[in-house]
Design a protein around this ligand. Structure first.
Ligand code: UN1
Length: 507
């Protein structure tokens, strides 16, 4: 099932059927490490989205009538398949998005963790019993599915993030129309095959391959009740303002950040270097939680800088399928260009460049990988009076990281940390609990870590950001809020009508 041919063109999955859809255009999935074409796919049109939404609407009523536990049964099948095929799927993730193989595996593992959480949660309470002022009244909160959920997902977690959205939406009784990232259609095809194999009823799950126009057609359609989006700030802000602003519609968007790590004078520098290298360079800096700012106290600055630069100079950038490679390629040529532009911006703004592996040396590029999208670490320093430079405020989404030296106390560090329009993930490295607690209470973040990298969140935690990083949590427990309505359900057990707030019931 996972063998693909480049002759066949794979289609969409709409209303329980595989279909080529309405369009004539096709697009290719490419291995960013080699430039090789992996498979070809149909490019979805507005009409395909329309057909998928009609199917999702038709299927909604019967799906919501099933019990939570019956709906979860479909996901348990997928859970077992993801577990059984982890290594095979990890290789596909790595081939299609270039993440090194342990990350490919972690992506699939994160996916089945999410499926396990969502399906297991079907047996947990889904409402509240709430006290009433009136003894004879039963007051409760009951949940109902919102209806049709549009899911728009990124390429960097091509298996995990689709399940963040869809596992929750489906178990809660919604039907789904999904537009996967155009860079990872092969992973999407496999997920759709799993839904098909699990026998998810026709129209409950629909997948339309394609580009941003197909995503926009989903998010802007009135039949969609909730949009779950994870991806770039540019697209997320557009969806949040267009969709979130419409009465009756809801958008939970999680976007990027200009994530920072504060390394205080009380830091264990082994932990500091290790955490910073993981946070800045894993996934070639292409996680929305990757760190692009290291805010380091003057007392430890020189030593930290020397050790960090040393590792950044020698981390392996190479064949992502080889165990032990630290960083694979960037996702595509256009993105390499964007990373280069960010690096150039730092140079133009007068930053002191400490590591420049933008052009990898020819001997670093593995044989047969000459057409890969290679770009290595870029590290620079700027003064603390330069925190308004564009290079330290705009997200690069690459292995591009600034060192900022600070003096003074933890308050000063947190002030620099917060001086960005974003607020997704961040960390403090310190052995002093007062500094750690100050960071916990004052850093403007959705995900805050102490003495750890700021990547690698677990699925049972809330995942989302503050400020420009998002307006919602499209995963785990918090995603339930986005895909359900809450009804305050009140029942009178008496023959008399008695009102709250002392309101007279006399007529
Ligand atoms: C993303 O960065 O786009 O916390 C998602 C992490 C992963 C998810 C990252 N669990 O690093």
């Amino acid at each position: 099932m996972s063998q693909r041919t480049t002759e066949q063109v794979y289609g969409h999955h709409i209303d329980g059927d595989w279909t080529d859809g309405d369009g004539d255009e096709t697009f290719a999935s490419e291995n960013p490490a080699t430039g090789e074409t992996l498979a070809r796919f149909q490019q979805g049109t507005d009409r395909d989205v329309d057909t998928a939404l009609a199917a999702a609407e038709d299927a909604a009523e019967a799906w919501r009538e099933l019990s939570y536990i019956d709906r979860a049964e479909y996901l348990w099948d997928i859970y077992h398949e993801l577990r059984e095929r982890t290594d095979e799927l990890a290789e596909i993730v790595t081939k299609e998005c270039g993440k090194e193989i342990s990350e490919g595996r972690a992506d699939v593992i994160e996916a089945y963790h999410m499926v396990e959480w969502a399906a297991g949660n079907a047996r947990h309470p889904h409402g509240d019993v709430i006290p009433s002022e009136i003894g004879s009244k039963d007051a409760t909160m009951r949940r109902k599915p919102r209806g049709v959920v549009g899911c728009i997902t990124p390429w960097n977690f091509p298996v995990a993030i689709p399940f963040w959205h869809m596992a929750i939406a489906l178990v809660e009784g919604n039907t789904v129309v999904w537009k996967p990232a155009e860079q990872t259609p092969w992973c999407a095809q496999i997920i759709a095959e799993m839904m098909d194999d699990a026998g998810v009823p026709d129209g409950v799950f629909n997948m339309v391959q394609g580009f941003g126009d197909a995503g926009a057609a989903i998010s802007e359609d009135d039949r969609v009740d909730t949009v779950l989006f994870t991806g770039s700030a540019e697209v997320g802000h557009e969806i949040a303002s267009k969709v979130g602003g419409q009465p009756g519609k809801l958008a939970a968007c999680e976007m990027g950040g200009k994530n920072g790590i504060v390394i205080t004078e009380e830091a264990d520098l082994d932990i500091a270097v290790h955490s910073a290298v993981m946070s800045s360079f894993k996934t070639t800096g292409q996680r929305c939680v990757s760190s692009e700012r290291l805010i380091v106290h003057e007392d430890v600055y020189d030593e930290f800088k020397e050790r960090f630069v040393d590792v950044a100079e020698r981390v392996t950038v190479g064949d992502p399928l080889e165990e032990g490679t630290f960083m694979g390629p960037a996702i595509e040529a256009e993105h390499v260009e964007k990373i280069r532009e960010h690096n150039q911006l730092a140079r133009d703004e007068g930053a002191e460049v400490l590591v420049d592996r933008e052009d990898l040396a020819a001997e670093e590029i593995p044989d047969g990988h000459e057409d890969g999208q290679w770009v290595g670490p870029f590290v620079y320093e700027v003064g603390t009076d330069e925190t308004d430079l564009e290079c330290v405020n705009e997200e690069c989404f690459g292995p591009h990281v600034a060192l900022l030296e600070y003096s003074g106390d933890i308050e000063a560090a947190v002030e620099i940390h917060n001086d960005t329009p974003y607020g997704l993930a961040g960390a403090i490295i310190s052995e002093d609990y007062r500094q750690i607690n100050h960071f916990r209470d004052h850093a403007e973040l959705g995900l805050a870590y102490a003495n750890l990298p700021c990547i690698g969140a677990e699925v049972q935690l809330p995942f989302g950001g503050v400020k420009k990083s998002g307006n919602g949590y499209p995963s785990a427990r918090e995603a339930i809020e986005a895909v359900t309505e809450r009804t305050a359900w009140t029942l009178n057990n008496s023959k008399d009508i008695e009102m709250a707030q002392g309101l007279s019931a006399d007529i």
